[in-house]
Every structure is written in structure tokens, then in C-alpha cells.
Design a protein around this ligand. Structure first.
Ligand code: DC
Length: 220
């Protein structure tokens, strides 16, 4: 049986992969998986239930039992709307900390595979191409300099009316990059066969067009 095609988009924090992946999915009429949201959900749930970020086995059990739903851009955790609550910097950092545990990563594999439905899927994260969908038709590694990424995040937060300091954002982002890249379990890396796209000087539209062109040339 032929499985629906997957476009895997990996990259460091604030590389624009979420925006790009959801626009590519929209243009192709594909489903979209924001895998980072799953780690953020485990982070939020573990905070609410006061589970230590170093307790891999308990976090793994918690991840297995998560009651989550993604519908029309709204994310529910145990029926509570947490769409905004999982987007804070603090939850992002906690997500990076709990994501080092193999027990947590294992618990989320089948949830991620469940998003692969016809006519296709665009999945973004850190290990989409290397671990979760190694048979992806197209593997893209999006990147940008740390300064360009910190500036993007700063603009996003300010636009939402959330106060932020560029220097703090840059430091958080470098901390997360270091941890996401150096962990033993499924580290952030350029997967074999992935095409690297450096986006510091590109607009979102240019990145989306490039990814779609690359996909078309893979399937033609
Ligand atoms: O993409 P994001 O910033 O929402 O992800 C939050 C954290 O979750 C990130 O710092 C590391 C972790 N993560 C991961 O380990 N694997 C993924 N596929 C996606 C996210």
C-alpha cells in the first residue's frame, strides 16, 4: 500500500519552519503537523501536574496519556484550549528540556504518524526527516543565523503586544539550539538527503515557493 507523501521540514527554533510548513500545506491542500506543539503540550501538562523535567519515565507515561486535539488551529489539552498557553518562551524552553528523554519521544511517535493521511502531509520539527518520516519525498532543513531568528521572534512577540528583550531572546534561542543539537535522542541535524535552505535574506513567500518548487521537481 502506498502511504501518502510527506514533506519534512526541520530546523532550529524560530527558523520560520512553522509558518512555512503551514503555508506549504495550505497551498498543496495537505495536512499539517506541528510536532513542536506536541512537545510543548507535554511540557505544559508536566508543569500543571508538577512532574520534574528530569524524570524521563514519569514524563513518558504522561506523554502516553495526553488527551489532545488539533482542530481548525485550536489545540486542546484535556478539553482545555491551550493554543496560546503553549506558545510562551518558558514553555518552549521546558519543551526543549523534556524532549531529551527517549521515553517522551517514543510516546509521541504514533501520534505523529497518525497525521499522515491522504492527500499528504507537511510535517515540521527537529527529527521529521531523520526519525519520524525517514521516507519523506522531500526533506528540507530550514535555517537562518541566530541573530536573524532572534529578530524574527522579537517582531512576532512585539506584534502580539508581548514585551521582549532582543538580547534575552538571542540567549534563550542559543540555549535551545545547543540542547536540541547535542542531545543523544534524535538530535537536530541535517538528515541524509535533506536540502538546506538558508533563509536569513529571504521572504516567507520566497521560502514557500522554493519548497513547493523542490517538491514539484521530486514528484515530476
Ligand atoms: O518547534 P518548537 O520551538 O515549537 O519546539 C519546541 C521544543 O520541542 C524544541 O526546542 C525541541 C522540541 N522538539 C523536538 O525535540 N522534536 C521535534 N520534532 C519538535 C520539537
Amino acid at each position: 500500500m502506498n502511504l501518502p507523501p510527506v514533506i519534512a521540514i526541520d530546523g532550529p527554533t524560530a527558523s520560520g519552519k512553522g509558518t512555512v510548513a503551514s503555508l506549504v500545506a495550505e497551498k498543496l491542500g495537505f495536512h499539517y503537523l506541528d510536532s513542536g506543539a506536541l512537545y510543548r503540550l507535554v511540557a505544559l501538562a508536566s508543569q500543571k501536574q508538577v512532574v520534574d523535567v528530569n524524570n524521563g519515565s514519569e514524563l513518558g507515561v504522561l506523554a502516553q496519556k495526553l488527551q489532545i486535539s488539533f482542530k481548525n488551529g485550536v489545540i486542546l489539552l484535556n478539553s482545555e484550549d491551550v493554543t496560546e498557553a503553549i506558545r510562551t518562551e518558558a514553555i518552549g524552553l521546558r519543551a526543549s528540556a523534556i524532549a531529551v528523554h527517549p521515553e517522551v519521544r517514543r510516546a509521541l511517535v504514533s501520534v505523529q504518524h497518525g497525521f499522515r493521511r491522504p492527500p499528504g502531509l507537511v510535517a515540521d520539527g527537529r527529527d521529521m526527516a531523520s526519525v519520524i518520516f525517514p521516507d519523506a519525498v522531500l526533506k528540507v532543513f530550514l535555517t537562518a543565523t541566530a541573530v536573524a531568528r532572534a529578530e524574527r521572534r522579537y517582531k512576532q512577540l512585539i506584534a502580539k503586544g508581548i514585551s521582549a528583550k532582543l538580547a534575552d531572546l538571542l540567549q534563550d534561542l542559543q540555549e535551545r539550539d545547543a540542547r536540541d543539537s547535542s542531545r543523544g535522542a534524535a538530535p537536530l541535524l541535517v538528515a541524509e538527503g535533506a536540502q538546506v535552505l538558508e533563509t536569513s535574506e529571504l521572504s516567507i513567500d520566497q521560502v514557500v515557493e522554493t519548497v513547493i518548487d523542490w517538491y514539484q521537481s521530486k514528484i515530476s
